[in-house]
Design a protein around this ligand. Sequence first.
Ligand SMILES: Nc1ncnc2c1ncn2[C@@H]1O[C@H](COP(=O)(O)OP(=O)(O)OP(=O)(O)O)[C@@H](O)[C@H]1O
Length: 258
Amino acid sequence: MTLVLDDVTVGYPGRPARTVLRDVRLTAHSGQVTALLGPNGAGKSTLLRSVAGLQRVLGGSVFLDGDDVTKLSPAHRARRIAVVLTDRVDGGLLTGGEVAALGRLPHQGFTSRLSADEKHLIAESLDRLGATDLGDVRMHEMSDGQRQRVLIARALVQQPALLVLDEPSAFLDVAARVELLALLDEIATDAGITVLLSTHDVELVLRTSQHVWLAAGDGTVVDGSPAALIESGAITRAFDSRRVRFDPYDGIFRLGEG
Ligand SMILES: Nc1ncnc2c1ncn2[C@@H]1O[C@H](COP(=O)(O)OP(=O)(O)OP(=O)(O)O)[C@@H](O)[C@H]1O
């Protein structure tokens, strides 16, 4: 299962249209986490929403296992692609267990009852996210980080071929961020799915990820291993600012001489 972006241009329609990223040609492989990095405003969310079919691409095609995602019906897309966005969600009076169970909807329709296997899958997914205790807690009574775990559990319950997460670690503490990346890596490998996530945890990703897409901030996206992107200077070019310098030897950012 592979995600292929073929000459994809993303942005916002209008007169004139606002192009954010142009002619992107990239691949993300199944069984692997691909981390999308880039400075603020580089186009990460726009790209992820476009890949997930939540917003129209301005040009090109997105293929998932050979099928053009941009041409799938919303129902078909929901069976293949799970999306976890950063927006604060108001799950209201639903419990964590009920929200996780919603992940089965694309597969069964509203009236069907959950099978024993599906109930097992829901319990297992909450457990993987360390969210078993949240099964009976209402969403509005959870912290942002707890809600985030439940939403990721719901995405696993969906059993997608492609899992897209926009800044999944935004509300998590540092230990939970490291754990989440490791967990997503494990899930990608075990389930053989393609995981694509955006994050500002640049140093963590450079230390732990195998494959990175880098939205460089100039309308282009390059990809490669962390080592290759560091060596080519792409990370430095994307993130260096007047005050901050990337140290390629230690793989960390340092305050520079202004
Ligand atoms: N609805 C919209 N209409 C028009 N332009 C938009 C819209 N949403 C975002 N943009 C613009 O698209 C560009 C990319 O934004 P995007 O949110 O994709 O960046 P990002 O890399 O996810 O940023 P961040 O790291 O700050 O979340 C920005 O210049 C932004 O102003």
